[in-house]
Design a binder for this molecule. Structure first.
Ligand SMILES: Cc1cc2nc3c(=O)[nH]c(=O)nc-3n(C[C@H](O)[C@H](O)[C@H](O)COP(=O)(O)OP(=O)(O)OC[C@H]3O[C@@H](n4cnc5c(N)ncnc54)[C@H](O)[C@@H]3O)c2cc1C
Length: 460
């Protein structure tokens, strides 16, 4: 029997051109599907627009952390996701350039109830999320269109009074010969990833940069058939060399389940600015690490890359900008519109985790929308409140993770840090906690060490 997640998703009849909704969502990845689900669950009529047709590939490490799984539970599709082949995570392994490894076990109760974290191909994960979003949206009187790249974002007003009012696009894309369709709503949500047309308009309208190569990571992944168990650790290696502040990961996605070998997601990421400076190509760098690095070359001897599985993508990080023109990490909302997930540049700079921040931002934005009060348009005050509250919640962890990202660039400091973290004493435990915080998306501000606390932890 064919995999059920390879079947087309019924997104329902094409809605009428010119329709008005409470909320338009541009993009159906985790951020957009999440926003559409939170909005529908709050009773809003949603139009969900996605340029691809599901199932579709997405370049990712495929790791879904415990906090993200809480959202999946709220959407009511965790069981369905787990009914597809996936890998339950029990530990996280980190290593530094000198080979010192630190293993951080995840909480036993979370492992037992399968909420500690999992690795699951995005092909499956995004499929189930979008399918559930389509169900909830349609049940609530909304509409869904796949194969609909949004090509234009409409704005009215001048200067401070500018407001986004809706979008246009064409089924099958601009060259399909199909009619352009236009839709309006008081709130348009930009969830189209790092290149989202809504984020472009939001930043341009305020004369602010959309992209910042110091805070974007270029990343690349492949699938490999290789040795791995049914459950166990995921590995993040800060190996230095040409990778500088970048990392190399091995995340099993599926145990052998009767076959000789399981399948692992193997990938590499490096800050875009450094990639440009080094004139490095990620695919070549990954091939070199696999073939030559003393820590990995033996492990990959009997491994086989899954043909055609190599794809790369940009990771827009939520690290604080040095001199932000307005909001941190950059402007992500204005009258009539708010962006979520990668469209709002919210990925954890240390771990590369972006699915949970996509859900958190989607939930926060929906909480700031009031259908009755905002019937004439999501006001700029609500956009301000959304941006401020989101950063208040995720800013401490994003800032901590950025500090850790900078630390791993300093090879000797990283080696020393990991040496301390690997020790079986109180200080080692505290540093491991900070390491766990930097890769998790916990928003508990009180748990995040200040720079001074971190230095004290390491020195004394
Ligand atoms: C190599 C790599 C490894 C990563 N590893 C991890 C990891 O292990 N764990 C983790 O949590 N995160 C990881 N991330 C980050 C994670 O992939 C993103 O943060 C996450 O996908 C963000 O979700 P999103 O919905 O905001 O954007 P996306 O997943 O990019 O979804 C955007 C959607 O919008 C659609 N779209 C784009 N333009 C338009 C348009 N004009 N009109 C209509 N639709 C449009 C796209 O087709 C897409 O479906 C990784 C990223 C990369 C590149």
């Amino acid at each position: 029997m064919a995999d059920w997640w390879a079947e087309p998703i019924d997104s329902g009849p094409l809605p009428e051109d010119g329709g008005r909704y409470d909320i338009i969502v541009v993009g159906g990845g985790p951020g957009g599907s999440g926003a559409a689900m939170y909005a529908s669950m709050a009773g809003h009529r949603v139009l969900l627009l996605e340029k691809s047709v599901f199932p579709r590939q997405k370049s990712c490490g495929d790791a879904v952390g415990g906090s993200a799984l809480m959202h999946v539970q709220a959407f009511g599709c965790k069981d369905e996701i787990e009914a597809t082949p996936c890998y339950q995570v029990t530990d996280m392994i980190f290593s530094s350039a000198n080979g010192v490894e630190v293993s951080i076990p995840l909480p036993a109760d979370r492992i037992a109830d399968r909420t500690a974290g999992m690795v699951i191909p995005r092909l499956q994960f995004d499929y189930v999320l979008f399918k559930r979003a389509a169900e909830l949206v349609r049940k609530n009187g909304g509409a869904v269109i796949q194969d609909f790249p949004v090509s234009e974002v409409h704005m009215v007003g001048e200067g401070d009074k500018q407001r986004i009012i809706g979008v246009s696009g064409t089924v099958g894309g601009p060259r399909s010969g199909n009619e352009v369709m236009t839709f309006t709503a008081p709130l348009t949500i930009g969830a189209g990833g790092y290149n989202c047309p809504v984020s472009r308009v939001v930043t341009e309208a305020h004369g602010e940069p959309m992209r910042d190569d110091d805070h974007y990571i270029a990343a690349y992944r492949e699938y490999w058939e290789m040795d791995c168990a049914e459950t166990g650790p995921i590995e993040l290696h800060f190996i230095g060399g040409d990778l500088g502040g970048g990392y190399f990961w091995i995340f099993p996605v599926r145990g052998p389940a009767g076959a000789d070998q399981g399948v692992c997601n193997v990938g590499i990421g490096l800050v875009q600015r450094e990639l440009k400076l080094n004139k490095t190509k990620l695919r070549a760098l990954q091939a070199q690490v696999i073939a030559e690095h003393p820590k990995f070359k033996e492990r990959f001897k009997s491994a086989k890359m899954v043909e055609g599985s190599g794809i790369g993508h940009m990771i827009p990080c939520g690290s604080p900008r040095k001199d932000p023109p307005s909001y941190q990490p950059r402007r992500i909302a204005m009258a009539g519109a708010g962006c979520v997930g990668d469209a709002a540049t919210l990925v954890n700079a240390f771990s590369g985790e972006g699915i949970d921040p996509a859900f958190v931002s989607a939930k926060t934005l929906i909480e700031h929308f009031d259908r009755d009060e905002h019937a004439d348009g999501f006001p700029s005050e609500a956009a301000h409140d959304y941006q401020t509250e989101l950063w208040k919640n995720i800013g401490p962890v994003m800032t901590n993770s950025y500090k850790m990202q900078k630390l791993v660039k300093k090879r000797r400091l990283m080696n020393w840090f990991m040496g301390k973290a690997s020790r079986d004493d109180k200080r080692g435990e505290m540093i491991r906690n900070q390491l766990e915080l930097a890769v998790s998306s916990k928003s508990a501000q009180e748990d995040v060490a200040t720079p001074w606390q971190l230095i004290k932890l390491m020195l004394f």
